[in-house]
Design a protein around this ligand. Sequence first.
Ligand code: OAD
Length: 239
Amino acid sequence: MSEIETLKQWIDESDNIVFFGGAGVSTESGIPDFRSVDGLYNQKYKYPPEVMVSHTFLTQHTEEFYDFYKEKLAAPVLNAKPNVAHYKLAEWEKQGKLKAVITQNIDGFHQLAGSKEVLELHGTVMKNYCEKCGKRYTVEDVIKADGVPKCSCGGRIRPDVVLYEEGLDMDIMERAVRYIQKADVLIIGGTSLVVYPAAGLIRYYTGNKLVLVNLSETSQDRYADLVIHEKIGEVFSKL
Ligand code: OAD
């Protein structure tokens, strides 16, 4: 049996699939990932991008933070749409086969595609709030603001995104752990699995149907029961 046929069989037979993904899920929508050769972290900036999406950078280089954030993280989301991988996952959930999508992505595409149980480990560009009064703002409000986005109360508006040096929401993390512990099939896709604590979630899986669908090799390939080094949208469109 080919790898795709095996995956198809596991999916057909399961009603407890959990998906855990990263930036590679949205590259076929036209949004670059972080670490591929054409990814965000291989473009030339004055500071390393990991620095530019850190809490220190937000507080100490606020103007530059928002320049980078608006152009490279927020605007591309508004100019793109979900792809077949997002839609397939939503379809499996609707059919009662998939329990949850756990994502490191901040683009909100899983919800746009129709997924309901989406755990966003790193937050979302879609939600923004005033640091002073808590008033909510849209991603459009942030993008169209001249320079640093400001609330009507004078406070700074920030995205509900987990920056480097900031902690993950423990409630979301615990829910992700529970879904993975109970999963029958765990599909991990489009993630280099190098950013912790998110990447550590894989260790909570105890089943024997761990699937990795990633264009390039990852350091976790050896733990998987099935490894497919192809584009996830292309793989999912065959299922
Ligand atoms: P990375 O850019 O580190 O990894 C994306 C992976 O997806 C790479 O291994 C690619 O080979 C693979 N890939 C790209 N296109 C693909 C496709 N069409 N099909 C299958 N695989 C594909 O992105 P993440 O692992 O998501 O954090 O990065 C994790 C975190 O690092 C992000 O959430 C972000 C970043 O810093 C924050 O911003 C907090």
